[in-house]
Design a protein around this ligand. Structure first.
Ligand code: PLP
Length: 393
């Protein structure tokens, strides 16, 4: 079985491109060109150079000794928290801004919920001197003031989405409308392994640098490229796709995806998409998503803004349905505890998204000689207020 996208962008039964007719030319241009451009030596050279000198790659693979001792297994942390801007998202936005340049685009649009992807996009637009418009729900703009300020400092225009619930899905609709109206000069940067083909595959390829590095780093430290398990949190699924990518065809490496259970899977306030989701179409792709019996998308909930997404990328829907991936969900409370524990045991304050992946260690017992790589997708600076309020610090 293949775990990568086929020519039409399908992962098993999931994926594809379910888009309005008027968007067809935009995605077709990308589909026809993305692999060819990514394979060009000049593209690779500039991408690798920026990942090294601007993002700060390779990120360390750190043997967390005190954490390993507590859980009686061998734990490595892949330190995506040390990337410029504090998370893995920049790997993808660097890739896409170079793609946009190769396609002759001089304007970037994006949508953002919590603002993390908006900041990563505004950052690379500043880097390249390219105009940047970020759509964001009016409600999210009010909730996420620091990220709105960051985007403005970086020179981006933040446009409020005023329709519907005035959150992420409304911002997405506005971005799509903009792209339909500006098919020639504009590239739409999507922030996870979601959206119509070729986005999930393109974003997974950009993020695959994570597992490429893990292989080389483990080889050096352990004499083998292969851990027993790779663990990552899943919102849309881009950090997980990157951490799993080069291991998907190797059945000796277990891949574990951790979703946000919010206040509990059956609480009605959750974002455990693969468990609770049914097949449907979101953001132009056929995947598992949380919906009512008549197909309305359900509002997701998680204490972590980055995991608060009602769908999951088609790669992950396929990993779940095929059984290749083990899917686990972690509550807010367990994630918060795991975040505090890592801070105290290793001196690393993780993003709350990443804390979900860490909380797996309480839920699953590994063998003492297992090698477990946990992808630490981001740092906790952005979440300090949430930690303060939760722990009454
Ligand atoms: C955005 C974000 C996530 C979730 O996005 P994926 O596409 O699922 O990786 C996870 N961790 C951090 C730190 C994030 O900022």
């Amino acid at each position: 079985m293949s775990y990568n996208a086929d020519e039409k962008g399908y992962y098993g039964e999931f994926g594809g491109a379910f888009i309005p007719e008027m968007l067809y030319p935009n995605t077709e241009e990308l589909r026809h060109n993305y692999i060819r451009i990514m394979d060009e030596p000049s593209f690779k050279k500039e991408f690798d150079q920026l990942l090294k000198d601007y993002v700060g790659r390779p990120t360390p693979l750190y043997h967390a000794k005190r954490l390993s001792k507590k859980y009686n297994t061998k734990i490595y942390l892949k330190r995506e928290d040390l990337c410029h801007t504090g998370a893995h998202k920049i790997n993808n936005t660097i890739g896409q801004i170079l793609m946009a340049k190769k396609l002759g685009k001089n304007r970037i649009i994006a949508e953002t919920g919590a603002g993390q992807h908006g900041v990563a996009t505004a950052t690379v637009c500043a880097l390249m001197g390219i105009q940047c418009v970020v759509y964001m729900g009016e409600v999210d703009i009010a909730r996420q003031a620091p990220n709105v300020a960051r985007m403005k400092m970086l020179g981006a225009e933040v446009r409020p989405a005023l329709s519907g619930s005035r959150t992420l899905k409304d911002a997405t609709n506005e971005a799509i409308r903009d792209w339909i109206n500006n098919p020639v000069d504009t590239h739409y940067i999507i922030g996870s392994v979601v959206g119509p083909h070729p986005y999930p595959d393109m974003v997974a390829r950009f993020q695959s640098v994570i597992s490429e590095e893990i292989k080389a780093q483990l080889k050096e430290k352990e004499g083998t490229e292969n851990p027993d398990y790779v663990v990552a949190c899943v919102g849309g699924g881009s950090n997980a796709a990157g951490a799993f990518y080069h291991y998907l065809d190797n059945p000796d490496v277990g891949v574990i995806a951790v979703e946000a259970a919010g206040k509990g899977i059956n609480s009605g306030e959750s974002a455990a998409t693969s468990v609770l989701g049914k097949v449907g179409i979101i953001h132009g792709s056929k995947t598992l998503l949380m919906q009512t019996t008549d197909g309305q998308i359900t509002e997701p909930y998680s204490i972590s803004a980055g995991l608060d997404y009602p769908g999951v990328g088609p790669m992950h829907a396929h990993l779940y349905r095929s059984g290749r991936g083990e899917f686990v969900s972690i509550t807010d409370d367990d994630a918060m505890k795991a975040g505090l524990l890592l801070s105290k045991l290793e001196g690393i304050i993780p993003a709350i998204e990443s804390s979900h992946a860490l909380a797996l260690l309480e839920q699953k017992t590994f063998k003492p000689d297992d090698i477990v790589v946990i992808n630490l997708s981001g740092r906790g600076d952005k979440d300090l207020d949430t930690y303060i309020n939760y722990f009454k610090l």
